[in-house]
Every structure is written in C-alpha cells, then in structure tokens.
Design a protein around this ligand. Structure first.
Ligand SMILES: [Mg+2]
Length: 167
C-alpha cells in the first residue's frame, strides 16, 4: 500500500482565477510542478480532489474540466512530474443544471472524493495528507481521517517539502 498526497486544484496547483476552465487560463502556482515532482519522488501518489461547481452553475461542462486536467498533466511533463489521479465534483445543492443539483458526499467538505481514491488506489491513510487553500479542504481531510494543511505560502514546493519528510 502506498500513501498519498491529496491536492486541491484551484489555488494550490494552478492560480484560482475564478472558475478557471479554459486551458489558456492555466497558470501554475509558483513551485507547484516542482512540488508534484517531489511527491512523485517520495513514493507517494499525487491525487487531485477538486470541487468544480462551475459545472453545476452552467459556466462550463464536465468535458472542459477534464480537458483542463489533461492540460495540467501535459504541462507537468516538462518537470517530469505527474498526477496519479484526478477526482472532480461537479455537484452543487443550488445547481442551475438539474442533473448536478444535489448535496453530494463528494463535494468538499465531504470526504467522498478522498474515500473513493483510497478505495481505487488502495491508499494507506498512514503517511497520507491533504493540501488545500480553504477550510472546506481541511474539513474534507479531517472527515477522511488524514491531516489537512492550509496552503497560504507563496511557493508550493517550499510548503510541501517539509511535510514529505515528517509525515
Ligand atoms: Mg482551492
């Protein structure tokens, strides 16, 4: 069993420009590709767990969110870095699009996406942790029984490197 680093996407990997979804909106947070490469080198899985309520709000479609994720993965190759799994939650209780209108356990602060990844990848909670930029990310981690760390710094690699050696 491997442990994992769960990463929120917008505001942690890429700059949160407000529902970013077009690939030309992808701008990496400073040190994010380097941080992901270090996670890879640590032997942990790098798993993205992202609320994408812009889908429920009708701002863009699931296919756009998947294309954005694929673009992240493509761009990471320049750093020999890779994301092992992407999980996104398109649901929101006040969705404009009816099929996405539900209070889904995947939506953070719910732990649904983390729990699904743990099952899919047989992840060991010991040594696993989450990095997010909102309290709801931290709450999702706590609900899944893993530590959550609130990223407030400027460089993601500087933030994550000490966590990789101590947890
Ligand atoms: Mg975020």
């Amino acid at each position: 069993m491997k442990s994992a680093v769960f990463l929120d996407r917008d505001g942690v990997i890429n700059v949160d420009t407000g529902y970013p979804h077009r690939i030309d909106e992808l701008e990496f947070i400073a040190g994010a590709p380097e941080a992901i490469a270090r996670i890879n080198a640590s032997g942990r899985l790098a798993i993205v767990v992202t609320n994408q309520s812009g889908i429920a709000r009708g701002l863009y479609e699931e296919a756009d969110a998947h294309a954005f994720n694929t673009h992240i993965q493509d761009r990471l190759r320049a750093w020999n870095a890779r994301i092992d799994g992407f999980y996104l939650c398109p649901y929101h209780p006040d969705a404009i699009i009816e099929r996405y209108r539900q209070d889904h356990p995947d939506r953070k602060p719910g732990p649904g996406m983390i729990e699904r990844a743990i099952r899919d990848f047989h992840i060991d909670r010991n040594g696993s942790f989450l990095v997010g930029d909102r309290q709801t990310d931290i709450q999702a981690a706590q609900a899944a029984g893993i530590p959550g760390y609130l990223f407030t710094g400027a460089r993601l690699d500087a933030f994550i490197t000490p966590l990789l050696s101590t947890s």
